[in-house]
Design a protein around this ligand. Structure first.
Ligand SMILES: *Cc1c(COP(=O)(O)O)cnc(C)c1O
Length: 406
């Protein structure tokens, strides 16, 4: 017997769960794209996207996924033959580095493995060694979605300033925007990219490139930028179609409007703290289950609030995922980047996506499903992880003090 019928819970680290209001906002006939209401819609989205990224800078919206805005950000600032520095943890830094190679950049990769955050001291050493000032940008992935490692982006700005190096700081916040704390201006980020389908709760298809005036000056000095990726007209359009380099992605825009309304109603600080508490509940369960269950990132300071990568020993990661899908209607993420065709270790991992539209009962439900799976598959664990998670939730709600109890 399967108990999976009912609403599927997507605990993949993207695409994430879409709120009903987002889905309903998109369920409409095509509009007249010359309707001035669309212009107002775009202007409102721009203002609210900047609020979410905590910047007074500019934003360009692309009809693209995260890979698209990786290329967009690079295309505006890096000419063929120029150098970028990529301190990379896990999979996604290498993905962005590969994009840079594809546009003809020289890429210096600092490999950080699968469970350590970017080391600012290694970045400092690379910048100090760059006496010819060849490095034009330092690229940092804030949350690596494969390993669930979160790096300190502000620390990279501090190192750039201390060395007095003029390189731009570019941050990939695809996994973190709308989940983990992201403060573009306070952190001194020059270019920040994100996409619609993770913390922003909208289907895949929109990409965002935020950039400050320093980055705009670098763009202005470029020998050429491909027309479609050029962020100039998108961020400062004279005509409506320039926002999107062509026909507006109307339905995505309506969905994004609904998602931003949810974020504004909760406040971005409220969104961050909800994700922090929900992440702590997940970590409490994993800690309680105990060996062989262990989180990939040992130090909580370096753990993302959007995704948790869990080791469980091959092949139990795959067994558990399949069991949860078939029996409880919960889809967990695969052990991305933890092995390849010749190395089966990836099947010893699974990932819990906890991005975007997620509340306490969803987290308790998915953790209960995992605990049922551990039990059903006879994977050793200490039962009661779900209670450990429940205690985090009850404490966060302001558990009654003994004196207040009836
Ligand atoms: C998902 C993700 C990407 C890639 O996004 P796509 O939309 O799949 O192209 C890039 N970086 C990070 C950190 C991600 O989580």
């Amino acid at each position: 017997m399967s108990l999976a019928n009912g609403r599927l819970h997507m605990a993949l680290p993207g695409p994430s769960i879409m709120p009903d209001s987002v889905l309903q906002a998109m369920h409409r006939p095509a509009p007249d794209i010359y309707d001035p209401a669309l212009h107002d819609l775009a202007q409102g989205l721009v203002a609210d996207l900047k609020y979410v990224a905590q910047t007074d800078g500019n934003v360009a919206i692309y009809i693209a996924n995260g890979h698209g805005v990786w290329e967009a950000a690079l295309s505006n600032c890096i000419a063929p033959g120029e150098t970028v520095l990529m301190p990379a943890t896990g999979v996604f830094g290498h993905g962005w580095a590969d994009m840079a190679t594809g546009i003809g950049a020289e890429v210096q990769v600092l490999e950080h493995g699968r469970n350590t955050p970017i080391d600012p001291e290694r970045v400092r050493a690379a910048l100090l060694a760059d006496t010819g000032r060849k490095i034009k940008a330092v690229l940092g992935v804030h949350v690596d979605t494969s390993t669930s490692v979160r790096s300190d982006i502000a620390a990279l700005r501090a190192v750039l300033d201390e060395v007095g190096h003029p390189a731009l700081l570019m941050a990939d916040c695809v996994a973190s925007l709308g989940c983990d704390t992201v403060q573009m201006d306070d952190w001194g980020v020059d270019v920040l990219i994100s996409a619609s389908q993770k913390g922003m709760m909208v289907p895949p298809g929109l990409g965002f490139v935020f950039f400050n005036d320093r980055a705009a000056q670098v763009r202005a000095a470029m020998p050429r930028v491909s027309r479609y990726w050029d962020w100039g007209p998108r961020a400062n359009p004279n005509l409506f179609y320039e926002y999107f380099g062509g026909t507006a992605p109307t339905h995505h825009l309506w969905g994004l409007r609904a998602a931003l309304d949810l974020i504004k109603a909760e406040t971005i600080e409220g969104v961050w703290s909800r994700h922090q508490t929900l992440a702590q509940a997940i970590w409490a369960a994993c800690d309680h289950w105990g060996a062989p269950v262990a989180m990939n990132v040992a130090d909580i300071v370096h753990r993302s609030h959007a995704v948790t990568s869990v080791m469980i020993g091959a092949p139990n990661g795959d067994r558990l995922r399949e069991w949860c899908t078939q029996n409880t209607g919960v889809s967990l993420g695969i052990g991305l980047g933890m092995g390849d065709d010749t190395d089966p270790s990836a099947s010893g991992y699974f990932r819990i996506g906890h991005m975007g539209h997620l509340n306490a009962h969803m987290v308790l439900g998915l953790l209960g499903s995992i605990e049922a799976g551990l039990d059903a598959l006879c994977i050793p664990h200490q039962s009661g992880g779900i209670s450990a998670a429940a205690r985090v939730i009850s404490a966060a709600s302001g558990k009654a003090k003994p004196a207040d109890r009836p």
